[in-house]
Design a protein around this ligand. Structure first.
Ligand SMILES: [Zn+2]
Length: 315
């Protein structure tokens, strides 16, 4: 069983020349390819295999992260046309804050202004004492390895996601957004699926799961804060949709470095049936038995037509 992960699926936006996204035309071509090459697994067969821990059926399962409005605009209609189901993983923090979540603020900053300009501004805001995790060798060398980003862009992402003390992240991003996007609140709401969209996804046979509250690197947080991230987001989704059956979760960032043993324990205790990480291999029966809270999942860019585009050339 191949589980594939998607994020932005949209059309080009001239005001965001550096914004990396999977173009809707490429998404359609990739679905055509996946159908021909592997076929898709129906929801009942997928859930039966997970629940019974039997050998996973052959074929593809599609997942969509981050609760993006793209998923109501472009993805849902395409899945419905093809009679496919998808799993949508929603971070819930933005429903309370009215601001974009950290990684999406970074995408907007980089998408409009590019790595060099944002790095220049970032240098004026952060000091070394705010970056206690910058000496963690694995964060330096093992994150964003397969991303098609230039080195400066990767450094901006590593600094703001991995190196920074989680408690400084929001204030630093507040400053950057104040400088570059003073009208954030005007477009923040339309960036994400609305509560009505979530209900619709569920009513149309899609699965909805938790992606934590604030898209935090959980391995940087103490256990109690991880627990709050996970349980508050399940609670909010259940309240919005009227129950999740079953509970499923996907690790923010998804890299095995982004979560730890506490995260997996909390998920099990929260009666989460299964969770996805990011690891480029098929889900096997041994995974369902031994590590159901960190199942492997492929990035869509590992398959034909799955490369992100931007209007400005990728440097
Ligand atoms: Zn995510």
């Amino acid at each position: 069983m191949k589980v594939i992960m998607y994020h932005y699926v949209r059309q080009d936006e001239p005001s965001l020349p550096h914004f990396r996204h999977l173009h809707i035309d490429d998404f359609r071509l990739q679905l055509d390819y996946l159908e021909r090459a592997f076929g898709f697994i129906p929801k009942d067969k997928f859930l039966a295999s997970i629940t019974d821990k039997t050998a996973p059926p052959k074929g593809v399962v599609l997942t969509f992260d981050d609760g993006l409005k793209d998923h109501a605009r472009f993805v849902l209609p395409e899945l419905q046309k093809r009679n496919l189901f998808g799993i949508f993983y929603i971070p819930t923090g933005m429903y309370q804050s009215g601001k974009l979540l950290g990684p999406h603020r970074i995408h907007m900053l980089l998408g409009k202004y590019g790595g060099e300009e944002i790095f220049g501004a970032l240098k004026n805001i952060v000091s070394d004492d705010m970056l206690p995790f910058s000496s963690r060798e694995e964060f330096k060398t093992l994150t964003y390895r397969r991303h098609q980003d230039d080195d400066t862009t990767k450094l901006v992402k590593r600094t703001l996601n991995y190196f920074i003390d989680e408690h400084y992240r929001e204030p630093v991003l507040d400053k950057l957004m104040g400088q570059f996007f003073p009208h954030e609140s005007e477009f923040a709401r339309d960036y994400y699926l609305s509560p009505e969209d979530l209900k619709k996804l569920s009513a149309e046979g899609m699965m909805v799961g938790s992606h934590g509250a604030h898209h935090a690197v959980m391995s940087k947080l103490p256990r109690a804060e991880q627990e709050e991230e996970i349980t508050s987001s399940f609670d909010l989704l259940e309240e919005t949709i009227g129950g999740l059956s079953p509970r499923t979760y996907c690790h923010p960032y998804g890299d095995p470095l982004s979560f730890d043993g506490d995260t997996l324990d909390i998920l099990k205790e929260a009666n989460c049936l299964f969770s996805f990480a990011v690891e480029a291999r098929d889900v096997e029966k041994a995974d369902l038995i031994g590590r159901p809270q960190a199942l492997p999942r492929y990035d869509c860019n590992l398959f034909p037509h799955g490369q992100v585009r931007s209007l400005a050339p990728l440097s």
